[in-house]
Design a protein around this ligand. Structure first.
Ligand code: NAP
Length: 293
């Protein structure tokens, strides 16, 4: 079994982006990071994105708004950022407060600045294999991990657990694409799937994204499978100062000896998500420069 090291692969990608940005003439790519409220996880995600932007040489603009912001005020902010030529990418950190319509908010971001890849147009471009769009960061990161760890999906049975719009569906579409590294035969499973364990056992490549701690057990694994564990779940652990530890959707200790390759949690898919956000921002800057020539 070999471990797919997301920290190492993300660091490689960040180094490549840093060199690419250093060579760019004129204004550097700029990402606007919009955070509503003080949710601790959102604070830490936005701080991480800000730090990684600085490391690469991107400009970041952190915009903080109180949890009392109205939908109309948030839309007005996004309209301003959409119209601002010095901003290439816009990220609205989720979760948003309950009174804000998250999907409508993501759709309010101009598709040309939607570096999170959540806009309907960008998901449509993934389906149409139109490379001018932005692929959502976690699915894009999964494909990058597979490519950089030498896993070609051609002819392989890829089983995706989960059908969310931010992970399951887009990663299934990417694995299915008619291009080098993809060309997988894809099955998607969800909460209404019957005989799920039997389907998972057929997977040459398993991508687990359901948010259920250690759901995938050794008896569901075909020996030699490649396993990508997207899940990030907190389970109580009183032996730790934090009172919890992070586990994936896969029972790593028993599953890993059966796999040819597997991602750990943490340190697998997670670090790739921020790296791909940076990559999308550099792409947005390049596309914007092309539009204005
Ligand atoms: P989500 O929106 O809650 O979707 C979960 C999906 O899993 C749904 O399609 C659901 O089916 C399915 N599901 C839930 N329980 C199931 C079960 N018992 N059997 C089969 N399918 C089941 O979650 P998400 O946003 O895609 O995230 C999934 C996991 O990935 C979470 O742990 C999240 O924290 C993690 N994540 C990690 C990153 C990263 O950067 N590493 C990024 C995003 C998400 P239905 O559609 O039928 O309800």
């Amino acid at each position: 079994m070999s471990l797919i090291d997301g920290n190492k692969i993300a660091a490689e990608l960040i180094a490549e982006l840093k060199a690419e940005v250093a060579a760019l003439p004129g204004r550097k790519p700029c990402i606007a990071l919009v955070r509503v409220g003080d949710d601790p996880a959102s604070v830490s995600y936005v701080t991480k994105k800000e730090k990684t932007s600085a490391e690469i040489g991107l400009t970041s603009r952190v915009i903080l708004r109180p949890v009392s912001i109205t939908q109309a005020e948030l839309f007005a902010l996004l309209d301003d950022l959409n119209a601002d030529p010095s901003v290439d990418g816009i990220l609205v950190q989720s979760p948003l407060p309950k009174h804000i319509d998250e999907v409508a908010t993501f759709r309010r971001v101009s598709p040309d600045k939607d570096v999170d890849g959540f806009h309907t147009i960008n998901l449509g471009k993934v389906a149409q294999e139109d490379e001018t769009g932005f692929v959502a960061c976690t699915p894009a990161g999964i494909m990058e991990l597979l490519a950089r760890s030498g896993t070609d999906l051609k002819g392989k049975h890829v089983v995706v657990l989960g059908r969310s719009l931010i992970v399951g569906k887009p990663v299934a579409l990417l694995a299915l694409q008619k291009k080098a590294g993809a060309n997988g035969t894809v099955t998607i499973c969800h909460s209404q799937t019957t005989n799920l364990a039997a389907i998972v056992r057929l997977a040459d490549v398993l991508i687990a994204a359901i948010g259920r701690p250690e759901f995938v057990t050794a008896d569901m694994i075909k020996p030699g499978a490649v396993v990508i564990d997207v899940g990030i779940n907190r389970v109580p652990d009183m032996s730790r100062k934090s009172g919890y530890r992070l586990v994936g959707d896969v029972a790593f200790p028993s599953v890993s000896p059966l796999c040819s390759k597997i991602t750990p949690v943490p340190g697998g898919v997670g670090p790739m998500t921020v790296a791909m956000l940076m990559k999308n921002t550099v792409k947005a800057h390049r596309l914007s420069a092309l539009r204005s020539t």
